[in-house]
Design a protein around this ligand. Structure first.
Ligand code: PHE
Length: 334
């Protein structure tokens, strides 16, 4: 009887361990522990044993029932946990999603600007960030005593080589390498020895240049008006304010109606209702001479805008430094 009990217990445990579903478990439960189950029947036969063996057998049989009970409970948990619990990784579980990157707001603003001009027929070109004095200043009609050439404003590599302080050297490089007519935009970095709330030593500009037989100030106005309306909306007013740049004559800075207060006057526009967004003008004849063009044959206009400034106005960002701190809480919002 004791041997039979042991054998039955081992059989029960082996079958429970192999069970692959809840149905099998409940069948095993009644087969071994049910009213007519094998362990139950053995326990009932205790009376057939000699009296002195009965208590020990009763105890052993009850222990066996408890063991099978425990094995069944464990098997039930194993099945509930799914295949992963005992068969390694569950390849059907969803994976951990990799974080999606996104474009920096300055890149987005840059692309927006370039999109408008490429649709207007402008080609996109890029020229060096490290320039010689000739391309950055001299050829652009900047006299040797011009303040922009001061060590205070310009990063000098040596007497003749600088980090470009604007993207205007692109005008010279493009005209030197091509004959008119041409229309180009040049996006890129510019560098100035400036660092405060509204200035960073590196910032981005988009330069524009259109040259041909008969380009007039009206063309400059038309193209830049289209640009402002496409980027900021058709209802945004703009004005051309007389200004001065050594490489354009006449020159104009373009203001748009403050996008924050809609022209009412606020902190952002300094109560004027207007925001400056770019510099522009008709290419100075001296610049044409410097690249070998005949100023009696061609005319043209040029403009240059700060991309961070455009981004700030587009999305209401009030601190320039946010663009360069790489704080993901900021960058994720775009
Ligand atoms: N280069 C000028 C600046 O950085 C902008 C400009 C470009 C003005 C082209 C006129 C024509 O301020």
């Amino acid at each position: 009887m004791f041997a039979k009990l042991q054998e039955t217990l081992e059989d029960a445990l082996a079958q429970v361990a192999e069970a692959a579903d809840a149905e099998t478990l409940s069948r095993l439960r009644s087969r071994f522990l049910g009213r007519k189950g094998r362990l139950t029947s053995l326990l009932r036969q205790t009376g057939q044993l000699p009296a002195d063996q009965r208590p020990a057998f009763g105890q052993a049989a009850n222990q066996a029932k408890q063991q099978v009970e425990a094995a069944l409970a464990q098997a039930k948990e194993r099945l509930a946990a799914g295949p992963a619990a005992d068969q390694g990784p569950d390849v059907t579980l969803p994976g951990i999603r990799p974080r999606r990157g996104r474009l920096h707001p300055v890149t987005q603003a840059m692309r927006l600007v370039l999109d408008v001009f490429t649709r207007l027929g402008f080609d996109v070109v890029q020229t060096p960030e490290v320039e010689t004095d000739w391309y950055c200043f001299e050829a652009l009609n900047l006299p040797p005593d011009h303040p922009a050439r001061d060590m205070q404003d310009t990063f000098y590599i040596n007497d003749n080589v600088v980090l470009r302080t604007h993207t205007s050297p692109a005008q010279i490089r493009v005209m030197e390498a091509n004959q008119p007519p041409l229309r180009i935009v040049c996006p890129g970095k510019a560098f100035r020895r400036d660092s405060d709330v509204t200035h960073t030593p590196m910032f981005h500009q988009v330069e524009g240049l259109m040259v041909g037989a008969d380009i007039a100030f009206a063309d400059l106005k038309g193209i830049l008006t289209t640009f402002v309306h496409q980027v900021f909306g058709d209802d945004v007013p703009l004005r051309f304010r007389p200004s001065f740049f050594p490489f354009t004559e006449p020159s104009a800075e373009v203001d748009i109606g403050c996008v924050v207060c809609r022209g009412q006057g606020c902190r952002v526009c300094g109560q004027t209702g207007w925001l400056e967004i770019l510099g522009s003008g008709m290419v100075d004849p001296n610049v044409f001479i410097n690249v070998g063009y005949d100023p009696d044959e061609v005319t043209g206009f040029a403009f240059g805008m700060g991309v961070e400034r455009i981004a700030m106005l587009l999305w209401g960002i009030d601190d320039l430094r946010l663009f360069f701190q790489n704080d993901l809480r900021f960058l994720r919002q775009f």
